[in-house]
Ligand binder design. Structure first.
Ligand SMILES: Cc1cc2nc3c(=O)[nH]c(=O)nc-3n(C[C@H](O)[C@H](O)[C@H](O)COP(=O)(O)OP(=O)(O)OC[C@H]3O[C@@H](n4cnc5c(N)ncnc54)[C@H](O)[C@@H]3O)c2cc1C
Length: 226
């Protein structure tokens, strides 16, 4: 029996949508633009596939509700089923897409946004929607090309945008893992939210660090990309 989130995702109603655009934004990452068919809230996801024989995968919307198109950011998993095929799509191709849903939602409250890799996508939606006040974004990536949307984030957040690059050093980047950066912080603000989004390894490790530094579990929200 198919239970849990994957069973739920397989049962979501999907509608054909025409791909408006596909842009390669780094060696392994692309942005898909789709017609804006639904209202949604920054932080929500859609399920996407190419045809009914492939189980849909979830993707955070990285555009804002006010934008003309719905966008998703994805990285290609070379051994994956869907993303190598998505990367070969062209403008005009048909995708099967669900309505947006999800409860990983930003608001006006002070928060730290923490992401690994493409886990930065929902924060781009939140920041484009104007939720920039009292926000800090800490983004971890292996290489400099993994800091998707870095110009937008630097403009919106200035010194509150921290790039932690584990495999390369470069101007303005912290050289090391984001978990090391977090461990090095003397004191973390206690009365705010912490959003974690990206790989399971990162989310689990960061959650432990935050709790170890006195952050209440109720102040930690997680979205795991599996
Ligand atoms: C809530 C949510 C939001 C997400 N948002 C995004 C997003 O905005 N952007 C984004 O890029 N991704 C996002 N993801 C991840 C996305 O849904 C896909 O998992 C990802 O794109 C990989 O899809 P794929 O079909 O190419 O790879 P899959 O075929 O799903 O494989 C993924 C990896 O697992 C390995 N694998 C597959 N099957 C097995 C197995 N049986 N045993 C061991 N290893 C296996 C593959 O080799 C591959 O490396 C999100 C996930 C969730 C849950």
């Amino acid at each position: 029996m198919d239970t849990g989130l994957s069973g739920f995702v397989k049962k979501l109603p999907l509608k054909p949508l025409t791909l408006l655009d596909i842009n390669q934004i780094s060696t392994d990452a692309y942005i898909l633009s789709l017609p804006q068919t639904h209202d949604f809230l920054p932080g929500q996801v859609v399920a996407i596939t190419l045809d009914a024989s492939i189980a849909p995968r979830l993707y955070s919307l990285c555009s804002a509700p006010k934008d003309e198109t719905m966008q998703i950011l994805f990285s290609v998993k070379p051994d994956g089923l869907l993303t190598p095929m998505l990367a070969k799509c062209s403008k005009g191709d048909q995708l099967l897409v669900s309505a947006p849903f999800g409860a990983f939602l930003g608001d006006e409250q002070p928060a730290w946004f923490i992401a690994s890799g493409t886990g930065v996508a929902p924060y781009r939606s939140m920041l484009r929607a104007g939720l920039t006040h009292n926000k800090k974004l800490i983004h971890g990536g292996r290489f400099a090309h993994n800091f998707y949307f870095q110009d937008e984030f630097a403009t919106a957040l200035k010194d509150n945008y921290i790039r932690c690059c584990s495999q390369e050093s470069g101007d303005g980047m912290y050289h090391g893992r984001l978990t090391t950066w977090l461990q090095q912080q003397q004191q973390l603000p206690a009365h705010q939210m912490y959003y974690l989004c990206g790989s399971a390894e990162m989310v689990v490790e960061v959650r432990d660090i935050l709790i170890g530094k006195g952050i209440a579990i109720e102040r930690i929200m997680s979205e795991i990309y599996f």
